[in-house]
Design a binder for this molecule. Structure first.
Ligand code: PHE
Length: 463
């Protein structure tokens, strides 16, 4: 009998080993959460959606929807101790309900595969900027130079594909070796270092003379910009940046030691993730205004603003290289977690080794990645629905699959699982538990559903 099949949830063990400590788990989930979503996507999405109003909606989503979903994922993972598909099947049956809840796990596995197919392309883009900054290409560069460097990079599909391939190779390598080995150490160093470097950049940004303008753009809401499509995008960003709604956190929760506090861990992760995103915004927007650029510039925003800033500061070559190395690391630890649900599923379901599973899934994701590689060059005019292949993948996964997955996950934890099971995992039925349960049963499901229906125009307009 497999050791994760014990009838008593407290005695179950994951087949993939457990985190060595509570800190190791927090670090791993932080490594998953902090990534391109904070530093690459957050600023450009805020820019495209007009600033402050978007940021406030995003923050509200993190607190009232993100937190309960994250806690639900961790508690379900730890109780099931299996991959997300098998965990939902087991818990569904155990609670006397349907094992078909496993479909939610399957949708998460699929979302992870699709997200990583474009995430790895941007990860490769970051990697290529390590070399560009290291070779001094940004030194004293003008906005025209950095823009043309970016356009030249994106314009060459073979270069984009090359770096995408290297990035996927690195990801497959770590996932094949097992999640704990190496990851703990990498994150322990990376997150504080990234934070420190952002603070250095913040100093530079304050000195740019346009700091006030940046702060106003980021935090001063212009409610006329508010549309339901924008609220959906803000909610999708909250899911994406916290790594929730697709089972990554559930998969990591399966390796969580019994005694660790789930609310405490989730709060620590959400605070560090949100601070890094806000810091990225505070660094980037003053630079955008100082250089007379357009905040709605799109996915290339950080790849233009930061090289420009580094190019003008003393020691810029060193700082720029270090920054892109750290960002590549951050993207890497997130990519690993995007693959983990699929890999854990293949290992458990088909009795394969981690290496076999990682290579098989990795190759599939690598191939799918070409849809995004080509979106910026050869197929940039091939548009439908939301735009290029990349735009569609982004919208489908982040704004639809993650919130839908999150909705079904909170409904599962809040309504399908009985009070005893969830209270058992969340450390008793005190005030924190009551708050979680209210958010998970009422606020989060209604909130997600409402935004969905509004965004597709199924509910009448207020005004
Ligand atoms: N949260 C990661 C980021 O912000 C991306 C991610 C999403 C990772 C979903 C895992 C699961 O970059």
């Amino acid at each position: 009998m497999l050791s994760n099949q014990a009838a008593d949830p407290a005695k179950r063990k994951s087949l993939h080993g457990h985190w060595s400590s509570r800190m190791a788990f927090i670090l791993a989930v932080t490594g998953s959460a902090v990534g391109l979503g904070n530093i690459w996507r957050f600023p450009y999405i805020v820019g495209e959606n007009g600033g402050g109003a978007f940021v406030l909606v995003y923050l509200a989503c993190v607190v009232v929807i993100g937190m309960p979903v994250m806690m639900s994922e961790i508690l379900m993972g730890r109780r099931g101790r299996r991959n997300p598909i098998a965990t939902m099947e087991l818990l569904g049956a155990e609670e006397g309900k349907s094992p078909n809840w496993k479909v939610v796990g399957a949708m998460g596995v699929l979302a992870g595969v699709l997200i990583l197919s474009y995430y790895a392309v941007v990860g490769g883009w970051t990697l290529s900027y390590v070399l560009k900054s290291g070779s001094g290409q940004f030194a004293n560069a003008t906005p025209e130079i950095v823009t043309s460097l970016r356009d030249k990079f994106l314009g060459s599909w073979s270069t984009v594909a090359l770096y995408h391939t290297i990035f996927m190779g690195l990801t497959i390598f770590v996932v094949a070796r097992g999640v704990e080995r190496g990851l703990e150490q990498a994150v322990r160093f990376m997150v504080p270092a990234l934070l420190l470097l952002m603070v250095v950049l913040l100093g530079y940004s304050i000195a740019s003379g346009h700091f006030g303008e940046g702060v106003a753009f980021l935090f001063k809401p212009d409610w006329s910009k508010l549309t339901w499509d924008m609220v959906l995008t803000a909610m999708g960003q909250a899911f994406f940046t916290l790594s929730i709604g697709m089972g990554a956190v559930m998969a990591y929760g399966a390796y969580l030691p019994e005694e660790t506090s789930i609310p405490g861990s989730a709060t620590a992760v959400a605070i560090s993730d949100t601070s890094i995103a806000l810091l990225a915004g505070l660094v980037i927007f003053p630079l955008v205004f100082a250089n007379g650029m357009d905040p709605g510039d799109g996915p290339g925003l950080v790849f233009v603003t930061l090289p420009l800033a580094f190019g003008q500061m003393p020691g810029g070559v060193f700082f720029a290289t270090l920054f892109f190395v750290l960002l590549t690391f951050a993207a890497w630890t997130s990519a690993i977690s995007l693959m983990e649900p699929a890999v854990a599923w293949i290992v458990e379901r088909f009795n394969k080794t981690r290496a076999q599973a990682a290579v098989a899934i990795g190759l599939l994701i690598w191939a799918l990645g070409f849809g995004t590689v080509l979106s910026f060059n050869v197929l940039s005019d091939f548009t439908f629905w939301r735009g290029t292949i990349f735009d569609n993948l982004d919208h489908l996964t982040l704004n639809i699959m993650l919130p839908l997955g999150g909705l079904l996950i909170v409904v599962f934890a809040g309504w399908v699982m009985c009070r005893n099971s969830t209270a058992d995992e969340l450390g008793g039925s005190g005030a924190v538990y009551k708050l979680w349960r209210f958010l998970a049963r009422v606020v989060a499901p209604i909130g997600i559903l409402f935004v969905f229906l509004k965004a597709v125009g199924l509910l009448p307009e207020f005004s």
